[in-house]
Design a protein around this ligand. Structure first.
Ligand code: ATR
Length: 269
């Protein structure tokens, strides 16, 4: 055990939290860089009803970094002293740094989307079909419009798609406009379709071709969408890639070091 009184505490908060891979991922990174005496990463279950007292407690202690997951990404925002402009635009915070009691919020989810996409292609002028218009969709919309891609948003509740389209620049469609989704270069699913019921998919297989790049942000299992995309010969990006790259960016914010990608990826596999 290399933890001492000088070790900086980082943590992920959420509810539920027991399923989180973040402690293993970050601690493996600390160990690989031999900074596991300087940093330790834990998980805390924090209920939405006690987020205000948690934040007060964090300000009163020397907790160094706080990663936020469901349901806190928006809920924490009013309690922070400063929010960086990207997180403000996305409208969610997934990373907080405690600077001597001053809490500053950031968002690295958009990098979790952008980095794996840019490993496969340039986004400039690409048509991107974004399925869903919730919290995860906002980070995607920011990432891809920031890189000059054309945004097409498909959602069950069309009004939410319209709001997102107005905010980030793009066109809104109902979820069942599969023949328009089919025209996109890149298709990104941010809905929970396929998460609980593994037989569900947001896009029928016949609309997927080998020219598509299909990204599903659902992680933990390979979704029907991705299985069928593989069958059609499309390039796929698994949801765990988003988890990894948002985490690598957080690691850099917490420690100042470039994260050891190979070691941290191994944990997720
Ligand atoms: P997250 O923060 O993970 O994005 P969210 O903000 O609750 O979660 O958004 C969930 C998204 O999944 C929404 O786009 C939602 O569509 P609605 O805006 O119509 O609610 C979508 N979604 C959830 N269940 C769905 C279903 N069974 N069919 C289609 N879309 C669904």
């Amino acid at each position: 055990m290399r933890i001492t009184a000088k070790t900086k505490i980082c943590m992920v908060i959420g509810d539920p939290i027991e399923h989180s891979f973040s402690p293993q991922m970050h601690n493996a990174g600390y160990k690989a860089l031999h900074i596991d005496n300087q940093y330790v990463y834990i998980a805390c279950r924090v209920s939405i009803h006690t987020i205000d007292s948690f934040i007060k407690g964090a300000k009163a202690t020397n907790i160094h970094g706080i990663s936020c997951t469901m349901p806190h990404k928006i809920a924490v925002m009013p309690y922070l002293d400063e929010i960086d402009k990207v997180a403000k635009k996305i409208g969610a915070v997934n990373t907080i740094i405690n600077n001597d009691g001053k809490l500053v919020g950031y968002n690295t989810d958009w990098l979790g989307v952008l980095t794996p996409l840019e490993k496969l292609t340039s986004l400039q002028n690409k048509k991107v079909a974004l399925i869903g218009a919730g919290g995860a969709a906002r980070a995607v919309a920011y990432a891809i419009t920031n890189k000059g891609a054309k945004l097409l948003i498909f959602n069950r509740t069309i009004d939410k798609a319209k709001t997102l389209a107005e905010e980030f620049g793009g066109t809104a469609y109902p979820l069942n406009a599969a023949e328009i989704i089919n025209n996109a270069d890149i298709i990104i699913n941010t809905t929970s379709v396929g998460l609980h019921d593994k037989k569900e998919t947001p896009l029928p297989q016949k609309y997927i071709t080998k020219n598509h790049i299909i990204f599903d942000v659902i992680y933990g299992h390979e979704t029907r969408l991705l299985k069928e995309a593989k069958k059609q010969g499309a390039q796929i990006i698994q949801g765990r890639e988003m988890l990894l790259y948002q985490g690598l960016a957080q690691f850099k914010l917490y420690t100042g070091h470039d994260a050891p990608e190979t070691v941290m990826r191994k944990v997720l596999l």
